[in-house]
Each structure stands twice: as C-alpha cells, then as structure tokens.
Design a protein around this ligand. Structure first.
Ligand code: 6LW
Length: 507
C-alpha cells in the first residue's frame, strides 16, 4: 500500500494518536479557533475523518479573546480502562488541564485543571496503575505522578531529561516498550530546525540514555526536501505489531521558502534497529509518498464539497474565531441559509468578528459561496475572507460605496490595508469565489451559477504565510459579516458554500 503525506492536510499541528482495538484516534492543536481540539478516527492511520471536538462548551474553553496563535496548544490523547483522556494547555487562560470521555466523539467532561507549569503535557498509564504526567520545561522534559481523580500532582515536577541540546525541548511523550521506558522529545523549535529525539531508561524517572542516532527524525539542513520542520511526534503500535508515528511538518513553497497552509499532520512507518532504537521513515526522513508495504487500508466516503446549510447543525469542519457564536449566527432564522448578523468587530480587530471558517487544506483549490446581502450603511460588509490572522488576510466582499452596493477585493498585509479592485453590484444575490494555486489567490464573482466568473484581482499566497505573518496556525477560508465599527444593519444570508480541490487544474 502506497499513501500520500500529509495524511491530514492544512492547519492540523501537534498531532497525538492512540489506538483502541482496531481503531485509531487523533487530536491536534486549535489555538484561537473553536470548537477546540478536533477528534479524528481512522482504521488504518492513513484515512481520517473527524468525529467531534473535545472542547465544545464555554465551561471547557472560556469565551476569552485569545490572541492569534495563543489559546489551545499541543494536546495528547490516551485511552485507559475504557476512558479517553485528552490533556492540553490553554496558554491564555488556566494552563494545563485534561478532559475525559467514554465516547471519543463526545461529549467530553469538564476540565480538570492542574497546578503545573510548562506546555505540551502528556499522560502515561503504567501497568502498576501509576499515572505519569510529563510536560515541557525550558530545561527539558519534566515529570510527576498524578492522581487522576483530583488532578493533583503527587510530587513536585522533576526534570527527567534535558534532551540533546537543541532549543525548545518540548512535547515529551513517555512509553513503555519491550521493558524499557522510552521518552520522546521534540527539539530545535517548531520551525526549520525541528527534530525528534529519543532516550530510554529502565525507570520512568531515568537516568535516560539518548539514542546514539539522535535526532531520530529531522529534515533540518535538507532544504531541498519538499517536507520540512518535521517533529512533535507520537508513536502508536498496530494490532499486528507494526509501529507508526504521527508528527507535524510543513510543505514550503517558492523561494525564500514560505508555507501558508500551516503545520500539517504526517504519518511515518517506524521500525526498530537491532539495538532497540526506532527508525522513522527512511533513515529518519518522511517522504510525500510512502510505500507502507502490506497494510490494509480503509478509506472513508469523501466529504461533500458543498454545504447547503439545510441541516440543523454546522458540519464539523467549520470553526469560529475566538468566540462561540450564539446570537450572531443562525441556521434556522432563514431555513436553508446560514445567516450572519455582523457586529461592529472588524476583520482587522484582534477580537471576535462574526466569522465562520474552514481550513484551506490544498494548495490548488477553489471556494465559492452564494450571498444575499443588501448593505444599507457605509461600513456594512459581508463576504469571503482568506485569513491567516487579523493583520494578514484578503477578502472579496459586498459593501456599500457612495453610489450603492459594490463588490470589493481588499488586502490587509501588516500595516497596509487597501481595496485593490471593485465593481458595482446591482443585485442582492451574488456568488463570490476564490481560486487558489501555490502562488496566488484569485478573487472573482458571478451573478448566476452558470456564468463564467469575472475575475477581479489576484494576490500572493506568500504574504499570508507563517514566514510573513508569524504564528502557529494556517490559512482559513471563511464567511463573515461586519459593520466595520457599528453593527451591520442587514443580515448576511449565505445560501451555500463550496470547497473543491479535486480536479482543480493548477492555474
Ligand atoms: C506547541 C509546541 C510546538 O505547543 O508548537 O511544534 C507549539 N511545537 O510543542 C504550538 O503548537
């Protein structure tokens, strides 16, 4: 069986995986987006489908306005005694916590908050019933034992392994394999120096002996490889004894290298050498196409490209920005439409605009929406935005100019904000779209679904990249409404939204 990486394209960083019988479950970080921490299910580690989120209620994730790339960091998922545990850090409010569920689709429990500094927490359930809590510290992996009932650490955190000297030792995971305790660690920072190292000991407290081949996974100093920044890995063993790892990585584009889809989830086969150390992929490298050998696959039916907003709930791919929307978004005020009541908050505010987004997961893709909106005041605006953060986004929108409604393309890049194309609009219904390739977004509109698009303007992808915009997230394609400083007078009604990537030829 040959498979393509990433197995979860788009902004799905810091993956963690566990197995229950023949089923695998995976979680990733969500930062300022909600609901928090998506849960994916797979039968083969290659094909994943989302089944829920861990953090769906304000009591789990308070409606605070997390700055971009803050909020929910690196989760770990483990299953023990019929219960799933997801442990993570809210770096903006509260620190480390865990939630539990018997059904990984949810609902998940209220959070149990821990008194422990450090990010990237992890749990390990030993055979004797001891529960280990391991997390990052600036000096390396630190650890304590934990009373799961109360969330109390049973001893002060103790440094157990400093790593191999790389910067940012983080994301420690402890495992027991063949009688050894293995401690795996990310080092080098999540950027191009990222790597994964491993050590082992007869005791969970060390002393840990590092693998002589460390780092066991890295693409640092291999600028030509199409996948970069690999690290932050988690191991899992299949029922047939085979080992695999998930990790994060990026797919840079162009020169100088940039990536705008975020840190994505990759899968690597893992074998063990004669001395009992893991070998990731091919000699510590992960390729875009991997021959996984004899391995049965179980794909899921494809997700529909179009959302008609006919159902009572939003599909799991949709996220809110910083705030769980209640009053400002409705699927039943106008049946068959997603209705947004734009607030005063603008797309440039580090607040919570009325916004609903899905990840851009493919370099070559096209997204369209049908919008019914009649702006009444200058400032009333609704449309489609391609967002990295509040300082780096592009939109095609309907707004009101001096002579009536207009379609505009706007770019917000750092301190620059400019409308770069516009056209008058004499209808209350319009289709707005964006076509993406590796290098450009091209924005257009149609008055009828059968029309050829009027392409208005193009803008470079690289200015929405992590290298330019900073942060830990990736681009979202989103619907929004705003009054730009005052509530938007009319509602914005979106009839449907479509995201296509298969069969889209490169522009
Ligand atoms: C995460 C840290 C990291 O907590 O990035 O790649 C941070 N590693 O482990 C945010 O995702």
């Amino acid at each position: 069986m040959v498979f393509d990486n990433p197995v979860l394209p788009g902004f799905y960083p810091d993956p963690s995986v566990c197995r229950v019988g023949e089923d695998y479950y995976l979680v990733t970080s969500t930062m300022e987006y909600r609901p928090g921490v998506p849960v994916f299910h797979s039968r083969d580690l290659i094909h994943w489908r989302q089944i829920g989120h861990c953090l769906t209620r304000p009591s789990q994730l308070a409606p605070e306005r997390f700055p971009s790339s803050q909020g929910i960091y690196a989760p770990t998922i483990r299953h023990h005694d019929g219960v799933f545990h997801m442990i993570s850090t809210n770096v903006s409010a509260g620190g480390n916590f865990y939630v539990t569920a018997r059904d990984p689709a949810g609902p998940w429990s209220e959070p149990v908050w821990l008194e422990a500094d450090g990010i990237d927490p992890s749990l390990f359930f030993d055979d004797d019933g001891t529960v280990y809590f391991t997390c990052q510290s600036p000096a390396g992996a630190q650890q304590s034992t934990l009373d799961l009932e109360t969330g109390k650490l049973l001893a002060p955190l103790r440094l157990i392994w400093p790593g191999t000297g790389g910067s940012h030792p983080e994301a420690p995971h402890l495992y027991r394999i063949n009688g050894w305790y293995y401690l795996m660690l990310a080092e080098g920072g999540t950027e191009y120096g990222h790597m994964e190292t491993i050590a082992r000991s007869a005791s969970p407290w060390g002393p840990f002996e590092g693998c002589p081949r460390n780092p066991v996974l890295t693409h640092r100093s291999t600028g030509v490889l199409p996948i970069q920044s690999v690290g932050h890995a988690d191991l899992v063993q299949a029922p047939n004894g085979r080992w695999w790892a998930v990790c994060l990585g990026v797919r840079p584009n162009g020169y100088p290298k940039c990536h705008h889809l975020g840190r994505e989830t990759f899968l690597s086969p893992v074998s063990w050498d004669a001395a009992g150390w893991p070998v990731f992929g091919r000699a510590g490298r992960i390729e875009p196409t991997i021959d996984g050998g004899d391995w049965p696959t179980q794909p899921w039916p494809p997700e529909p490209a179009r959302d008609d907003y006919d159902g009572p709930e939003l599909r799991l791919c949709w996220n809110f920005l910083r705030h769980p929307r209640a009053d400002e978004l409705s699927l039943d005020e106008r049946p068959g439409f997603l209705r947004l009541h734009g607030s005063a908050v603008t797309l440039d505010d580090p607040g919570a605009p009325v916004w609903l987004g899905r990840r851009q997961q493919h370099y070559d893709c096209e997204a369209w929406t049908a919008l019914e909106f009649s702006p009444q005041r200058q400032g009333d605006e609704a449309g489609l935005t391609v967002r990295m953060n509040e300082r780096h986004h592009y939109e095609i929108a309907v707004t009101r100019g001096a002579e009536g409604a207009r379609i505009i393309v706007r770019r917000r890049l750092g301190s620059l904000r400019a409308v770069t194309a516009s056209a008058p609009l004499h209808a209350s219904r319009v289709l707005l779209g964006v076509r993406a390739d590796k290098d450009n977004y091209t924005f257009g509109y149609r008055l009828n679904a059968e029309d050829v698009p009027h392409w208005l303007d193009s803008a470079e992808t690289r200015y929405l990249s992590t290298e330019v915009a900073g942060g830990f997230t990736g681009v979202y394609i989103s619907l929004y409404a705003t009054g730009n400083g005052q509530p938007c007078a009319p509602p914005a009604d979106f009839d449907w939204f479509e995201y296509r990537w298969e069969g889209i030829p490169p522009a």
